[in-house]
Design a protein. Structure first.
Lengths: 363, 306
């Protein structure tokens, strides 16, 4: 007996809807086993991870705060992945957006500059992320260099640039030698939405991005072009769509969104530029994009779910002494199950009898 | 020991993990599979390798633990990409995310612990030879193994029937399948081999390079190894040259930092990453019109018809 894959006549819509839920269910089972191995009560741990954060208005707002950068980055990445363009350096674009926007906050610090500072910072953040993303895009279009490797290498470079700036020229002179800039002025800060909690206007920006992406993908030529180039590159060439132009476009847009997320994070919840501004948002966003089936609304839901794992993970670390790295393990396992379940949309698994080898001669 | 001798020895040490991981990935890619999970398999190899050596006190058993960890992760990758026909790029990324997380979980208990680093070869007279003695006859087992591994891979790919079949599978899986070769089985073996190599390369870091484990200590070496495979045009000899070149860049920046030439240390640390980008651009540009030399079926999903 043997298990084999068999292509379905057409993609199964039923499984397309069920697959993310199935993936989450399988992940929860795997997590329970991991909790048991770590000597923790699986039920109690799952409640701390996935239920407790939902029962408190403070943690609910924190989920929205964490989901904001995840959703914004993942929307950009989904455009790339739909077009079969592999930008995996969003973490670096996020950091460069934060760095470029912060420059303005640092030079205007304490000068009493007007309310134009924040909008200008946001523009510079988006531009910084886009330019950083255009480096691997140009290397691919001009020279054919693999964008996966170049975009990832630039993550390390971006991290080191930020490290240099906050330890060197931009360090807060009154900061007791800590590697951080001075706290941003109020005009350089994204205002909070409510009196209490850290939820800020960036969350609304993320929702607007989701809406714009939905319209672009569903209702514009550009969205059509992205989907055709990704799904049928040959047909796209006949239609006159340039794949080089699309590489530049998707990289620039995803870089701009990651950069915008970066500057919003720094000017919003964090309030200074310092190392460790991202707990790996740029990488987690890859999971968000796939879990959300590269669909804007799906990404919004997936972003909230993965934000929940960050908050739940922090809670579990405090109350149950569960290592924070388990959150990353969880995210990795989830992506595996998502990919595996997605395969069932196009294929079905069948059990078949192994063919017996023809026997030679007769005894 | 002269300065030049010391530099060459440190270059070899810095190159060895890259060479091990890249050699494995070269075989994987020659079979037509792109496993982007090198970084995850290396860091798991580092964590499990250290755990093994710390528990047993033996570098050798530590290395076996590292290999086993790499193989285990690559088996997960193979199940997805070969068994379930999942996109190889996405599955490779998932493998890296999972490996980084798991290694942190496993390694957390070992941070701050120390082990005895891997023993170095010592042959009377030969190792004491001036200049070349320590370089040729005073290395640890990993270094000799990595060189032998690359030579063996070269011989396997170009001088054995099995190697020819593996390359055929990587260049056209449909033709190989039509000829009756078990494409998925061959690829599974290649992926497992690559996983073992990456795990061993990762294990080298805490077992021989630094005698302790730090989370994230591979610091992108898995990705650089992937770039090296592209740089090598999928040829073992060039791969070795590339690995030593990158080792040299790493050591150069360390020495430059020690001299303190007034260059920010972060710029020097960024050198290997920048060098990778520049090398990829140059090599891709040089190939340009000559067309791609990558295995023709690289990264393409294969589902056999019955």
């Amino acid at each position: 007996m043997q298990l084999v894959l068999e292509k379905r006549a057409e993609r199964s819509t039923k499984i397309a809807i069920l697959s993310p839920l199935l993936a989450i269910a399988l992940t929860l089972v795997t997590m329970s086993i991991l909790f048991a191995i770590l000597g923790k009560n699986p039920v109690a741990a799952l409640i701390v991870y996935f239920v407790e954060p939902l029962t408190d208005s403070f943690t609910l707002m924190e989920i929205a705060v964490k989901a904001t950068p995840l959703v914004m980055i993942a929307i950009g990445l989904s455009l790339c992945y739909l077009a079969n363009v592999w930008n995996i350096g969003a973490e670096g674009q996020f950091i460069m957006g934060a760095v470029c926007g912060s420059w303005l906050a640092v030079v205007t610090n304490g000068t009493g500059a007007g309310p134009w500072v924040l909008p200008a910072m946001l523009v510079m953040g988006a531009a910084g992320g886009a330019l950083w993303a255009l480096i691997p895009a140009l290397c691919k279009v001009k020279f054919g260099a693999n964008e996966i490797l170049t975009s990832l290498m630039l993550v390390y470079v971006a991290d080191l640039i930020m490290d240099y700036l906050v330890r060197g020229p931009w360090r807060d002179p009154k900061g007791m030698n800590f590697p951080t800039t001075a706290s941003f002025d109020p005009v350089a800060t994204v205002p909070a939405l409510f009196e209490t909690g850290r939820i800020h206007w960036g969350a609304l920006a993320a929702l607007i991005v989701v809406a714009l992406a939905t319209v672009m993908l569903g209702r514009t030529i550009k969205g059509f072009e992205i989907r055709v180039v990704g799904a049928a590159p040959r047909a796209a060439r006949f239609a006159g769509f340039s794949s080089s132009r699309l590489v530049l476009f998707t990289f620039a847009v995803s870089g701009a969104l990651a950069g915008l997320a970066g500057i919003i994070e720094v000017a919003g919840p964090v309030g200074v530029l310092q190392p460790g501004i991202s707990p790996g948002y740029g990488f987690t966003a890859i999971i968000v994009a796939f879990l959300g089936r590269l669909n804007p609304v799906g990404i919004l839901i997936a972003g909230l779910f993965l934000a929940l794992t960050f908050i739940g993970g922090e809670g579990a670390q405090i109350s149950m002494k569960i290592p924070l790295d388990l959150t990353k393990v969880f995210q990795g396992i989830l992506l595996f199950y998502v990919l595996a379940c997605d395969s069932l949309i196009l294929y079905r698994i069948r059990l078949i009898a192994t063919q017996k080898k023809a026997s030679h001669g007769t005894a | 020991m002269g300065l030049l001798e010391a530099i060459i020895i440190s270059v070899i040490a810095a190159s060895t993990p890259l060479l091990l991981a890249a050699a494995g990935e070269l075989v994987v890619e020659r079979s037509g599979v792109l496993n982007l999970g090198s970084e995850g398999m290396m860091i798991m190899g580092a964590a499990c390798g250290f755990a093994g050596a710390w528990l047993t006190g033996s570098t050798f058993i530590g290395a076996l633990f590292g290999i086993a960890a790499g193989c285990a992760l690559s088996l997960v990758f193979a199940t997805l990409t070969l068994g379930l026909a999942v996109n190889q790029v996405a599955a490779g990324l998932a493998l890296t995310i999972l490996g980084v997380g798991l290694s942190g979980l496993i390694g957390a208990g070992f941070v701050g612990e120390k082990i005895v680093p891997a023993p170095h070869l010592y042959l009377p007279v030969l190792t004491d030879l001036p200049v070349v003695g320590k370089i040729l006859f005073g290395q640890d087992g990993f270094v000799y193994f990595s060189v032998a591994l690359v030579a063996a891979i070269w011989w396997f790919l170009y001088h054995t029937r099995a190697g020819l079949v593996l390359r055929a599978v990587g260049d056209s899986h449909t033709s190989a399948h039509a000829l009756g070769y078990p494409v998925l089985k061959i690829r599974l073996l290649a992926v497992l081999f690559g996983g073992g190599c990456a795990g061993l390369g990762g294990a080298f870091l805490p077992l021989a390079y630094t005698p302790f484990f730090i989370p994230g200590m591979t610091a992108g070496r898995g990705w650089i190894a992937l770039a090296l495979v592209v740089f090598s045009s999928w040829m073992p000899g060039r791969l070795a040259a590339g690995a030593y070149l990158f080792g040299a860049v790493t050591i150069l920046q360390l020495h430059a930092q020690a001299f303190g030439l007034g260059i920010p240390s972060q710029l020097m640390t960024a050198l290997p990453y920048l060098a990778t980008v520049i090398v990829l651009v140059l090599i891709s540009r040089a190939r340009g019109s000559a067309g791609s030399v990558a295995p023709a079926s690289l990264g393409i999903v294969f589902v056999p018809d019955r």
